[in-house]
Ligand binder design. Structure first.
Ligand code: APR
Length: 253
């Protein structure tokens, strides 16, 4: 069923020049990527993800944490971007200024073609040294695990933000800056509870932006947003693109 998109939303999106989209795990759900907690199946069901995604856990049981990320990396490698990812690429190409701020670490936005992107929680495909922070160009899964840093010999870790760690400063600073100047803010597939990303739509709203939420479930943002488009991102976003760009039903960008 084609979702109804209020004409007010289309009007706002047609007249805007500066747009920010914040995405969360819901955008990757239709690609079959389980959320953090849903990834706890089979062998991994016995572990609390919060016990696996902390610097303390890595210091205590580095091999266990490394293996958990290898497992998640394999799920991601087998997944493909979905229509929501591609619709966001269309929006980036359409607007003079479009920034995608994502909490997802799966790299699917990049694989779909998004380029003006801020990854707030890192990227599971990258690794860096736990000790000196040097990024690894590659590593050997057959040797000692976690692999060692070629620079200082420290253990390599995934370049993702763990519980208790700060977000990358540059990305966070840029996310705040673009949010304060935006005309349309889209919050898509995020429960809007994990800070500091959850504050971005509120900052945008205070700065005068029109805030649109896309989510099948109500969140704390739903009542604050100017419009809550209830439904799946992979259905709503392509339809939004079609209406905003005035394409016919069979036309693609
Ligand atoms: N389309 C849009 N939204 C969806 C869809 C879908 N197809 N399926 C689920 N959702 C919504 C859910 O209703 C929920 O509100 O996506 C949201 C996912 O919420 P979370 O699992 O809390 O994910 P997110 O908001 O990205 O979490 C932020 O918290 O778990 C940590 O570090 C992890 O980056 C993550 C952060």
């Amino acid at each position: 069923m084609i979702p109804a998109i209020p004409s007010e939303v289309v009007t706002h999106m047609r007249s805007a020049e500066r747009v920010v989209a914040l995405t969360g795990a819901g955008v990757s759900a239709e690609s079959g990527i389980p959320t953090f907690r849903q990834a706890q199946t089979g062998l991994w069901a016995q572990y609390d993800p919060i016990e696996l995604a902390t610097p303390q856990a890595f210091l205590r049981t580095p091999r266990l944490v490394w293996d958990w990320y290898t497992y998640r990396r394999q799920i991601i490698a087998a997944a493909e971007p979905n229509p929501a990812h591609y619709a966001l690429v269309d929006l980036e190409q359409h607007y003079p200024t479009f920034t995608l701020v994502t909490q997802n670490i799966d790299g699917l936005h990049w694989r779909a073609g998004s380029r003006d992107m801020l990854e707030l929680h890192g990227n599971i495909e990258r690794t860096r040294c736990f000790e000196c922070g040097t990024y690894a160009q590659g590593w050997d899964e057959e040797g000692e695990l976690p692999p060692r840093c070629g620079h200082c010999g420290g253990l390599l870790r995934p370049d993702v933000v763990w519980f208790g760690e700060g977000l990358p400063e540059r990305e966070l600073h840029l996310a705040y800056t673009v949010t304060q100047q935006v005309q349309i803010f889209l919050s898509i597939g995020t429960s809007a509870v994990v800070q500091p990303a959850a504050s971005l739509p509120l900052i945008a709203k205070r700065a005068g932006a029109y805030v649109i939420e896309i989510n099948p479930e109500e969140t704390s943002l739903s009542v604050v947003a100017d419009c809550w488009l209830q439904g799946q991102a992979g259905v709503i976003l392509p339809e939004l693109v079609r209406q905003v760009f005035n394409l016919s039903e069979n036309q693609e960008e």
